[in-house]
Design a protein around this ligand. Structure first.
Ligand code: GLV
Length: 310
């Protein structure tokens, strides 16, 4: 009996994934939804934010592969089939994320926004460089991506601190955990990097009160999910200067709507949710290997727990 793998994503290349998966999955037909001839043969789905009701057309799905690291939009759905769900967990994706975080942190640590402003005004504006050890960088969330970025920041010599819900130990990082430590952690972050998954426990975690704990003039970077932060409170803190600068790759609504007040703030750098994306060249291998494991009845890697939310 033939098996089919369907691919559904607006932001990933079907041709690239197909070319990489086909040689690794002999006997599996790999196609887009519109090319499926026998929906009953669809056993595997590789998706990123498929439309509501999507899964109902494939009654024999055995594995759902989330084409990305974050599964928040998937587990929030009410039409999720009760089958194993895996996500991409790829060191190359970790490195891509870390490069964005490094860029954003270094931009602040080297006072680049001040020079950008001065240049726009044709003004020579000398600021003496600070040593990285004098800059406290707080990484909020120490999962795979957070831990990778924290290690890169340590290599740059920053005073790196990390917060996570459960206890973690990372070389060179002062780690604290639990909600009771969060206020102190925020208060000691000159640059805060938000890297938490969005779950029921983290939605709205950075509310107005918690944002107010950040040192006056701190810098704020969000590369995880917009809804971890109260965006209205963040906008107010950036307008008042309590938070001096922000680099935002994620928003509570995406695309960020035209006319949103964040667009007009010159102390905010906005990027369109591209800090890290699934990389077919490195991740196809693990997707194919998981499908082979499923066929052999072996335990899958990178399984997510829908109830926990990640
Ligand atoms: C991107 O945001 C991802 O979760 O992979």
């Amino acid at each position: 009996m033939t098996s089919t793998l369907v691919f559904n994503s607006q932001s990933d290349s079907f041709e690239e994934w197909q070319a990489l998966l086909a040689p690794r999955l002999p006997g599996v037909q790999i196609c887009r939804d519109e090319a499926v001839t026998d929906p009953a043969s669809v056993h595997y789905a590789l998706t990123w934010k498929p439309a509501p009701g999507y899964f109902a057309q494939y009654p024999n799905l055995k594995l759902l592969v989330n084409l990305g690291a974050g599964v928040d939009s998937l587990v929030a759905r009410d039409d999720l089939p009760s089958i194993p769900i895996t996500r991409i967990s790829d060191p190359d994706m970790g490195r891509m994320m870390a490069s964005y975080v490094l860029f954003a942190v270094l931009r602040y640590a080297r006072d680049i926004p001040a020079f950008e402003r001065a240049q726009r005004e044709g003004r020579w504006h000398y600021l003496h460089p600070r040593v990285p050890a004098s800059i406290r960088v707080g990484v909020l969330g120490l999962g795979e991506l957070g831990a990778y970025a924290a290690a890169e920041l340590v290599r740059q010599g920053f005073d790196v601190r990390g917060w996570s819900r459960s206890a973690k130990q990372l070389d060179g990082v002062r780690c604290v955990n639990g909600l009771e430590q969060l206020d102190d952690f925020l208060a000691s972050s000159d640059i805060l990097v938000v890297m938490l998954p969005l779950t029921p426990a983290t939605r709205g975690l950075l509310n107005a009160e918690r944002l107010a704990r950040l040192p006056v003039g701190s810098c704020f970077i969000n590369v995880s999910r917009g809804a971890v932060v109260d965006q209205t409170a963040l906008t107010a803190a950036l307008s008042s200067g309590q938070i001096a600068e922000a680099t935002l790759d994620v928003f509570d609504r995406e695309p960020l709507p035209p006319g949103d007040p964040l667009w007009a703030l010159d102390n905010v750098l906005i990027t369109p949710h591209m800090a890290s994306v699934a990389i077919a060249a490195s991740a196809a291998e693990q997707v194919a290997a998981n499908i082979q494991r499923l066929k052999r009845g072996e335990p899958l890697h990178n399984l997510i727990d829908p109830a926990r939310g990640y």
